[in-house]
Design a protein around this ligand. Sequence first.
Ligand code: 5GP
Length: 125
Amino acid sequence: MAIDATLPYDDQNIFARILRGEIPNRTVFEDEFALAFHDINPQAPTHVLVIPKGAYVCWDDFSAKASEAEIAGFVRAVGKVARDLGLVAPGYRLLANTGTDSHQEVPHLHVHLFAGQPLGPMLLR
Ligand code: 5GP
């Protein structure tokens, strides 16, 4: 179900639980600012989620309230994950669903990283 991105942060959301180690994940990268792990239901040969360690509902929340260090750390982590997976030359797609119309389902900011095949048009036509 799509979430309302204007609601306060819910610390029982599934990615908060992954960050606390309550639910397992297939980690590909972790540092003080970010965790990257494989999506449980991949929609491309490579489908990784990158999330900030801080409690932010969505891109709007993060871009408005995160510190400069958190923003820089998160953006650099996304780039590093793609680089470390060898995806710069073949190319990749980043996607951050935000709120109801985007169909964001998990209310903790996450950037989808898709790669591994030609990804087609950006949206359904
Ligand atoms: P959204 O629609 O919110 O942008 O994407 C949420 C993503 O989280 C989906 O692609 C979904 O497959 C993934 N997801 C949901 N629950 C879990 C989980 O428990 N573990 C992992 N690794 N991915 C999850």
